[in-house]
Write a protein that binds this ligand. Structure first.
Ligand SMILES: C[S@@+](CC[C@H](N)C(=O)[O-])C[C@H]1O[C@@H](n2cnc3c(N)ncnc32)[C@H](O)[C@@H]1O
Ligand code: SF4
Length: 356
């Protein structure tokens, strides 16, 4: 089997004898849709097929290192280790409605190097493979099965910039939405990006029903560049043009993520700039409270009062606005923060091993 998430490979590998095809379908349903373990699911196929699957598929390229359950709300953080020893995190969010979302990582570290982001400050950027990205969903669903739950929504809002890992992202979306594998509706997926125009357009063209969120954070050119070094190569004009282009093919609202930073992004003039930037764009604005990170003492989150005033200005201009409620505050703050130092150390060791 070249890759288990490649549907055509299954047919090529096992042929189309109807009994085998049916039993393999049951196997994949148990494993990928119902959260059964790989081993349990093997019980659905003939022993000879099970033996082949066992020897050719590595069901868990990620090793679970730790699980942290929030005592405040329904969040759980899963810390995984890659075969290189690097750590990534995945967050399960259980909403009161019974709906479960999963926040997954697409990279270890991130080249965008945003000043406010622990992942960006790790100083490394490694793409996760499709199997490593999908394993986060597989392992989360295995946990959730004990609670009679299944992941309903998947957001690419964990570590890394998904559009810097676009080829793998496309393969992952294909697998997640394939009726023969995970069978998620594309509307249940949300890709969050710092803003890579060509890849935003390509994603929209390839998967028009997958939701897109743009992490804008500032509609002031110098202010945005100050927070997001990558923004020096993507102007606000280019981003606005991209949003307008997306709107031509897609009538849904795009989500704009906006980090609330004291005296940097939360002043009345910042709200006016944001309103001007979003003129004629169907946007839903999500205001994000800042989780402070190590090494960014110059950044402070906005007060609740400033957030509410900002939200009201945007609402008065006609935009739907939500203030993101941060789940799992007790199980560690901003994404990437827990493992920032550990990954730096491991990346250093790997580098010196290569140079030796
Ligand atoms: C970690 S990023 C991953 C997806 C993609 N790279 C992006 O920037 O949209 C997901 C979201 O987390 C936000 N984020 C990063 N660091 C944060 C922090 N310290 N506090 C609050 N939100 C943060 C980002 O701005 C982004 O909107
Ligand atoms: S916020 Fe997103 S783009 Fe910026 S460094 Fe973090 S993961 Fe990368």
């Amino acid at each position: 089997m070249p890759h288990w998430y490649d549907v055509t490979a299954w047919n090529e590998r096992f042929g189309n004898d109807s009994q085998t095809v049916h039993s393999l379908r049951r196997f994949r349903t148990r494993w990928l849709k119902q959260g059964w373990s790989f081993e349990e699911s093997l019980g659905e196929v003939a022993p000879s097929v099970a033996e082949t699957l066992q020897s050719e598929i590595d069901p868990h390229p990620l090793q679970l290192a730790e699980r942290l359950d929030s005592e405040l709300d329904g969040a759980s953080k899963l810390l995984f280790r890659t075969s290189e020893g690097l750590m990534i995190e995945t967050v399960i969010l259980r909403a009161g409605t019974g709906r479960t979302s999963l926040c997954i990582s697409s990279q270890v570290g991130c080249a965008a190097a945003c000043r406010f982001c622990a992942t960006g400050q790790m100083g490394i950027a490694r793409n996760l493979s499709p199997a490593q990205i999908l394993d986060q969903v597989v392992q989360a669903n295995e946990f959730l099965r004990a609670e009679d739950r299944r992941v309903r929504n998947i957001v690419f809002m964990g570590m890394g910039e998904p559009l810097h890992n676009a080829e793998n992202l496309h393969q992952v979306i294909r697998a997640l939405t394939s009726p023969l594998l995970f069978d998620y509706a594309p509307q249940r997926l949300l890709v969050s990006t710092v803003g890579i125009p060509d890849e935003m357009l390509r994603l929209d063209k390839t998967f028009p029903a997958v939701n897109l969120a743009l992490s804008l954070h500032s509609a002031d050119e110098a202010g945005r560049q100050d927070l997001i070094p990558l923004a020096k190569s993507v102007s606000l004009d280019r981003l606005r043009e991209t949003l307008l282009q997306l709107q031509l093919t897609d009538k849904r609202r795009i989500m704009i993520e906006y980090l609330m930073l004291n005296q940097r992004t939360d002043r009345p003039e910042d709200a006016e700039k944001l309103i001007a930037f979003l003129k004629n764009i169907q946007a839903h604005i999500n205001l994000i409270p800042y989780n402070s990170i190590d090494g960014a003492d110059h950044l402070q989150g906005s007060s609740q009062e400033a957030r509410e005033l900002f939200a009201n200005t945007l609402k008065a201009a006609g935009f739907p606005v939500t203030i993101r409620y941060s789940l799992g505050a007790d199980i560690a703050a901003a994404c990437g923060q827990l493992i920032q130092r550990e990954n730096r150390e491991i990346a250093k060791q790997l580098k010196s091993a290569v140079n030796r």
